[in-house]
Design a protein around this ligand. Structure first.
Ligand SMILES: *Cc1c(COP(=O)(O)O)cnc(C)c1O
Length: 424
């Protein structure tokens, strides 16, 4: 069963200073998990997790991960800027973007980030921008077809916009080598939110076999293999989570079967996990402000899809705990809604929950990754604060809530802006 990491009493205390809705992150959980990831891959001396900044772009949280040796995986200019500001330099930053604008490649190169190319045509594109290619470069691989594990099809790389084909990997490596690149990386992201210990080992096997062939046929020195993201979390209450130690051991086994015998036992393993690093350790806390009895039973809360888009966008399940009613019977069926003028603005549909009264606090689980980050401002709604529940039980503000002035700030070059700001 899923358990909230705060009590009703704690939330009542927090709301004296920070009104709902807010995101609350669990420092203890983040640290324990980051340590487990580090230990699971300790067999590989070059191992590095590049946290996918897009999942939770908050400097306070990323700094916690950096204590465990994590770098930053960036996909845009602002993510690069944020990571650089945190002190991540050079090989601490992986730039795994696609459809990349020229100025982003230029900035990535300037701060020494490792560039992971999404397409063979980008070799020339980057060369034209930089004049000379960096000594270390990586290419993203997409074998096409479907990605299958023993329990079925996991995802459909053949339909995905990312990466080089197999032939392009060989051609791309030859071209890069001819242009002076010395150290090579291979990257692939073939399935998303996989809740099975088999995903990384199976992906690793494919990439290791490709690496052996690439090194043999092109003579390129492959220095790292990046398994990227895709390691999932159990959103459903009865689902069993991944065991990162078993995953690390599974990757080690194929490493020793494929790479070591080929004389490639010095290849570093990289990962770019986002969801697995942060997902379970963040929650959206929101208050029930209305109940409505029409064709269905509705509970209206003070958060909406701009605070958490996953249910509206993917129909994603997020478990809900009604704080203070953890042991009450789930004998009421509700749609839990936000206030957007969109009927998909529902955090839960036909969900069995304890009877909810106005003023109850709802703890929406597993929103620590791709939660706050996906937020937007539709209906003129403002983004919430982010808070960190520290190991000592104190709460720290790690991002303030947006105010109307933030929302209006892109009008600041117009005359009527002064009146807008006065209005509040
Ligand atoms: C989104 C993304 C990740 C992180 O994915 P998770 O599913 O959160 O682990 C890693 N690498 C790249 C290139 C991505 O686009």
């Amino acid at each position: 069963m899923k358990k909230a990491y705060v009590t009703k009493a704690q939330v009542e205390e927090i709301t004296k200073k920070y009104p709902t809705p807010f995101y609350l992150y669990n420092e203890k959980g983040i640290r324990e998990n980051a340590k487990a990831v580090k230990e699971a891959f300790a067999w590989n001396p070059g191992f590095k997790e590049y946290f996918a900044v897009k999942a939770t772009p908050n400097p306070f949280l990323i700094n916690i991960l950096r204590e465990y040796g994590c770098g930053c995986d960036c996909s845009s200019m602002t993510e690069l800027m944020l990571s650089h500001t945190l002190g991540a330099v050079g090989s601490d930053i992986m730039f795994s973007s696609n459809d990349t604008p020229a100025e982003e490649y230029a900035y990535a190169a300037k701060i020494g980030a490792t560039i992971n190319l999404d397409d063979i045509t980008h070799i020339e594109f980057v060369e034209n921008i930089l004049g000379k290619l960096p000594e270390t470069m990586s290419c993203r691989y997409n074998p096409g077809g479907v990605f299958k594990l023993s329990n079925g099809i996991m995802d459909n790389p053949g339909d995905s916009k990312y990466g080089f084909t197999t032939e392009q990997m060989f051609e791309g490596f030859r071209i890069l080598k001819s242009k002076g690149v010395k150290h090579f990386g291979i990257h692939a992201f073939l399935a998303s939110n996989t809740v099975t210990n088999e995903y990384y080992p199976q992906l690793a096997k494919e990439l290791f076999e490709l690496a052996v062939k690439l090194e043999k046929e092109t003579g390129c020195d492959i220095s790292f293999i990046n398994l990227s993201g895709g390691v999932g979390i159990p959103y459903l209450p009865d689902q069993e989570g991944n065991d990162i130690r078993a995953i690390g051991a599974g990757v080690q086994k194929v490493y020793e079967e494929v790479l070591t015998p080929a004389g490639m036992g010095d290849v570093a393993i990289y990962t770019e996990m986002g969801r697995f690093m942060m997902g379970p350790y963040g929650a959206l806390v929101t208050k029930a402000i209305h109940e409505k009895h029409t064709h269905k039973e509705y509970i209206g809360v003070d958060a909406c899809a701009v605070n958490l888009m996953r249910p509206a966008m993917y129909g994603a399940y997020h478990h809900i705990t009604v704080l203070g009613k953890e042991d009450a019977a789930c004998d009421h069926k509700y749609d839990v809604t936000g206030s957007l003028c969109e009927n998909n603005d529902k955090f839960a549909i036909d969900r069995m929950l304890p009877e909810i009264e106005k003023g109850d606090y709802l703890f929406i689980h597993d929103t620590g990754a791709h939660g706050f980050a996906m937020g937007y401002n539709y209906n003129g709604k403002l983004k919430s604060a982010e808070l960190l529940l520290k190991e000592d039980g104190n709460v720290e503000l790690i991002r303030r809530a947006e105010t109307p002035s933030d929302y209006f700030s892109t009008f600041d070059c117009f005359d009527f802006y002064k009146n807008l700001v006065k209005e509040k």
